[in-house]
Design a protein around this ligand. Structure first.
Ligand code: SF4
Length: 287
């Protein structure tokens, strides 16, 4: 049986950078907290927890004083930085530079004069950490739409300025743009910025090709991974024998009956070692 691990899958630049920062701090022996899961992958979080990383939520963060806290690649709203300053928290800022740049653009957009007649719209997942960080740049005023189906809730008589969460689908973003173009009132303006990260978008054609070359695809990612969901759906669209698992123990061997080639791939939050563990389990059971 042929097993191939996709060499285009695995941590993106932003996640690698955040994990390196955490490891660097932990190697100094410092007590380090991380605000939220450092990566949407439970197995990698467990590995870092064993190295000493303490994951906390926003309520716990609010009660911390004089501690060192890492902000993950997704970024945080301005309120988090204010709170850190008030409580003498040393921030290790691992916000991905791509997200940071997007936050700055949205902040500038919001601070421009005459924002009263303008709708700042973010195509993204409600409640997602990155989206909360983006909405925070507008004092909570930005409108979040999760899918092309939600575009109708916008007011087409008012100006629209559209951005996207970095990990959303490029196809859906284009659908939203087309719909708004067709419905916007002649008296209003529409500007849009494709802010989708190519670390994810560029994986689409690659993963489609990879998925079509194998009998069965095992897509390894944490259940909370947003880009994982998008990439998995892409695999499924070209190969119906695609299965989403978060670890080697979830492999159901009935999926692999009569199959000759298995492709193992994952999201930008999937560690390489986890995909390797899946390959090892198949090899072992196969023997
Ligand atoms: S997907 Fe892109 S924007 Fe998001 S953390 Fe990775 S590199 Fe940064």
């Amino acid at each position: 049986m042929n097993i191939e691990i996709d060499n285009g899958s695995g941590f993106c630049f932003g996640v690698t950078r955040a994990i390196n920062k955490a490891e660097e701090e932990l190697s100094k022996g410092s007590k380090l907290y991380c605000l939220g899961d450092i990566v949407h992958n439970g197995k990698e979080c467990d590995r870092l927890r064993k190295l000493g990383l303490i994951t906390i939520n926003h309520d716990e963060f609010a009660t911390l004083k004089s501690a060192k806290v890492l902000l993950r690649a997704h970024g945080e709203p301005p309120t988090t930085y204010t709170q850190a300053q008030t409580n003498a928290i040393e921030v290790i800022d691992a916000t991905c530079p791509v997200v940071l740049h997007l936050q700055e653009r949205i902040k500038k957009e919001y601070s421009e004069v005459d924002s009263s007649n303008k709708q700042i719209v973010i195509f993204g997942k409600k409640g997602h950490a990155e989206v909360m960080g983006l909405v925070g740049q507008t004092n909570g005023k930005a409108i979040v739409i999760e899918s092309p189906e939600e575009v109708d809730k916008l007011d087409f008589n008012k100006d629209i300025c559209l951005y996207s969460q970095t990990t959303k689908s490029l196809d859906d973003f284009r659908k939203i743009v087309e719909y708004i173009k067709q419905h916007i009132s002649p008296s209003a303006t529409f500007r849009y910025y494709d802010t989708i990260c190519r670390q994810v978008a560029n994986r689409m054609p690659h993963i489609r090709d990879f998925a079509s070359r194998h009998d069965v695809i095992l897509f390894v990612c944490g259940k909370k991974s947003s880009n994982g969901r998008v990439l998995y759906e892409e695999c499924k669209s070209v190969n119906p024998n695609s299965y989403l698992i978060d670890s080697a123990t979830e492999i159901d061997f009935t999926w692999l009956e009569n199959c000759h080639s298995i492709g193992i791939c994952g999201a930008t939050s999937t560690p390489k070692w986890l995909m390797e563990e899946c390959a090892k389990r198949i090899q072992k059971e196969g023997e």
